[in-house]
Design a protein around this ligand. Structure first.
Ligand code: 2U9
Length: 344
């Protein structure tokens, strides 16, 4: 048995040495025949030798020879796979070629502008709230004081999915949902996509972004509305910008006011200015004191609480702030346009 063990170690060593030198399919074939060949393979001959091993040692001797056979055939299989693998041509690198530019993505200009708006309100202690884009008539209209079949609904050209389901025309339903589930004080802004039945033109799209805000607490007055919105506008357009409030009407606020800022393109000095039409003013948002009926609709006592709200079109205001003449540029994904924003 000791003799056979030495023979097994010797065959293994001989195979390992020979395998190191076999570098192609032909020499591997020869190696397989030399060690596993049916008649005169070195491993095959070891099986022959087993016949003369003493019966009590046969079991262990058989295990050792079988293990060697497994080792040899596994190693041959790996080496055969290696020599059959296609050889990749060596790559030549032309060191004189200029490097390839890697394009790094940048945030979309509307995302940047929305984040800027959010940062101003977050700094004043407002929270950001979101809600569904598909809404019911109740949350989009009725809770906001639009009576059924009221003509005011017509100006919010609505895209209906079916009788009672629609694409929200403003983010106001988010505020209604927040008021339903929380008690004042409420101080929130609600940015998001809104939808209207519009034919696309340079300043109208059937989908655009809005941010609305809502404050509800005891003792809230129009002075809070004015102070907060003026602070917001100056944070966005600079300390020196002129701001004016004009009376307006919305079904959900009373009194209501639209807010204009001085035209940043002509400062009122160009009678044919394409941005302000020569008026020197540009409307940027609508606002007002929340109508007591809207508070009642969500079980907030209008005798105890009051509030104000505002709404602003993000796309439209970004056009004005960035000097962009076409709202559609924001959605065409032309890299020549998009690369002008954010870090490059
Ligand atoms: C609740 C109560 C009041 C939100 C408001 C406006 C005025 C407004 C427009 C601006 C341009 C929409 O994108 S736009 O076309 N919005 O003028 N929005 S006050 O008032 C609310 C909202 C929710 C519960």
């Amino acid at each position: 048995m000791a003799n056979l063990k030495d023979r097994i170690d010797g065959v293994r060593k001989a195979f390992e040495d020979a395998a190191l030198k076999a570098g192609d399919a032909k020499s591997l074939e020869e190696l397989r025949t030399a060690f596993l060949g049916r008649k005169r393979g070195h491993v095959t001959l070891l099986f022959e030798e087993l016949k003369s091993v003493a019966p009590e040692e046969k079991r262990e001797a058989g295990r050792l020879v079988n293990e060697l056979k497994g080792f040899v055939s596994d190693r041959l299989q790996v080496l055969e796979a290696v020599v059959q693998a296609p050889v990749r041509p060596a790559r030549t690198i032309d060191m004189t070629l200029p490097g390839r530019k890697r394009y790094v993505g940048t945030p979309h200009p509307l995302t940047l502008f929305q984040k800027e708006i959010e940062a101003v309100f977050l700094g004043m202690g407002f929270a950001i709230e979101e809600g569904p884009e598909i809404e019911t008539d109740y949350y989009n209209f009725e809770a906001l004081n639009f009576p059924p079949h009221h003509p005011a609904r017509d100006s919010w050209d609505t895209l209906y999915i079916k009788d009672d389901l629609l694409l929200r025309t403003h983010t106001s339903p988010v505020q209604v949902r927040v008021m339903e589930r929380s008690k004042p004080p409420i101080r929130i802004i609600c940015p998001g996509r809104v939808f209207r039945r519009e034919t696309p033109d340079p300043t109208h799209l059937p989908m655009f972004l809005q941010v609305e805000g809502l404050v509800i607490d005891e003792g809230i007055t129009f002075a809070h509305l004015k102070g907060t919105l003026e602070y917001f506008i100056r944070a966005l357009f600079g300390e020196k910008i002129k701001v004016r409030f004009r009376p307006s009407f919305f079904p959900f606020t009373e009194p209501s006011a639209e807010v204009d800022i001085e035209c940043i393109v002509c400062s009122g000095k160009d009678a044919s200015c394409r941005v302000c039409g020569g008026t020197g003013w540009k409307e940027i948002l609508g606002s007002g004191m929340v109508d007591p009926q809207v508070l009642k609709n969500v079980n907030i006592d209008p005798e105890k609480y009051s509030g104000w709200a505002f709404g602003l079109g993000i796309d439209r205001t970004a056009m004005f702030a960035f000097g962009i003449p076409e709202m559609r540029y924001f959605y065409e994904n032309d890299l020549r346009f998009l690369r002008q924003f954010g870090t490059k």
